[in-house]
Design a protein around this ligand. Structure first.
Ligand SMILES: Cc1cc2nc3c(=O)[nH]c(=O)nc-3n(C[C@H](O)[C@H](O)[C@H](O)COP(=O)(O)OP(=O)(O)OC[C@H]3O[C@@H](n4cnc5c(N)ncnc54)[C@H](O)[C@@H]3O)c2cc1C
Length: 296
């Protein structure tokens, strides 16, 4: 019995829990279990048990890049929030996968370290953000990552260096190989000035507030920008702003955002995505590529 395993190993868990607060679209489905490993060893123990017993699991960061489409998650959600240690050595920092990017960006500004300003408005954890090579303002995680330690599919620790990570626009080897779980990374930053770093982050936050529908649940940009173009521009020019399927709306503030105006389901969002892709393809012959991850 999995509950006995959790109890015997002092693993924090919840049963039949709503995932609404664990995904930024605020999709309200339940999971059978959610666990919060305290450290790497506990994580390994959990993974070993789940694999041995063929129990389905999903590692979740802050849930800001996913669309939950099932009615119920009959497995174990693993949240890495407690793997959140930070070790700063000069311009190099070692961070665990559960660190929250906006908080980290602010925290390192106290050490006059610059390089993470671009990430201060990206509401994700370091682990997932490295895997998908999150970025903004022409910078991305690839520009600061010097090594990444993962648990590989054989449940061994393995360290990757940038040359092996195959970083590209919003993707990497780790995104394409989902059985690798990031547990920590080292980042190389530059010396900066705290006031200038804070001012840049505040300026960018203002720009985000003015241009993005942050007043509604959303998961950031829905589609990648096609080469030399902008997904939002194409969608807007198909006159799709405000188009909706049930409570899933195309934002009228930024057409590359889908917002949940109440009780949108993952299926509503995916149907809306398919509709947008069809309309943009018809008008521009461009295939919009989804940036968010559909969880089935
Ligand atoms: C308001 C808003 C603004 C945003 N702006 C940006 C932006 O400017 N640029 C940008 O790139 N993104 C942006 N995003 C999207 C999102 O925040 C990023 O993609 C972020 O990196 C996702 O991190 P997460 O922890 O929420 O990942 P999650 O959504 O929890 O997970 C995403 C995927 O990563 C996997 N995963 C989770 N943890 C790990 C791990 N430790 N190791 C390996 N795989 C893992 C999950 O299984 C899932 O498949 C925005 C989102 C919102 C809501």
């Amino acid at each position: 019995m999995i509950k006995n395993f959790f109890k015997e190993n002092d693993i924090k868990y919840q049963e039949d829990v709503s995932l609404k607060k664990y995904n930024t679209y605020r999709i309200d489905i339940k999971a059978k279990y959610i666990v919060f490993p305290q450290n790497k060893d506990q994580l390994l123990k959990i993974l070993k048990h789940l694999k041995q017993n063929k129990i389905k699991y999903l590692v979740l960061g802050n849930g800001s890049n996913i669309i939950l489409t099932m009615d119920y998650y009959d497995g174990v959600i693993i949240k890495l929030d407690n793997l959140n240690n930070i070790n700063i050595q000069g311009q190099e920092i070692e961070v665990e996968a559960g660190c929250f990017l906006p908080q980290l960006a602010k925290q390192i500004s106290d050490y006059n370290l610059s390089g993470l300003e671009f990430a201060s408005g990206i509401p994700g954890q370091i682990g997932a953000s490295i895997a998908m090579n999150a970025g903004a303002y022409n910078k991305d995680m690839a520009s600061i990552v010097t090594s990444v330690t993962v648990i590989n599919p054989h449940l061994q620790e393995q360290t990757f260096f940038p040359k092996d990570l195959k970083f590209k626009y919003r993707s990497s080897f780790l995104k394409e190989n989902e059985d690798y779980i990031v547990i920590k990374a080292t980042l190389k930053l530059e010396k900066g000035n705290k006031e200038e770093i804070i001012s840049l982050m505040q300026d960018r936050q203002k720009r985000r507030l003015a241009s993005q529908p942050l007043e509604y649940p959303n998961s950031g940009s829905v589609f990648r920008n096609p080469p030399d173009n902008y997904a939002g521009f194409l969608i807007e020019n198909c006159h799709l702003k405000n188009y909706h399927i049930n409570d899933a709306y195309i934002s009228d503030k930024h057409a590359n955002f889908i917002i949940n105006k109440g009780k949108a389901t993952g299926k509503d969002i995916v149907n809306l995505i398919t509709y947008i892709q069809k309309k943009v393809k018809e008008k521009y012959n461009i295939e919009l590529i989804l940036e968010q991850k559909i969880i089935k």
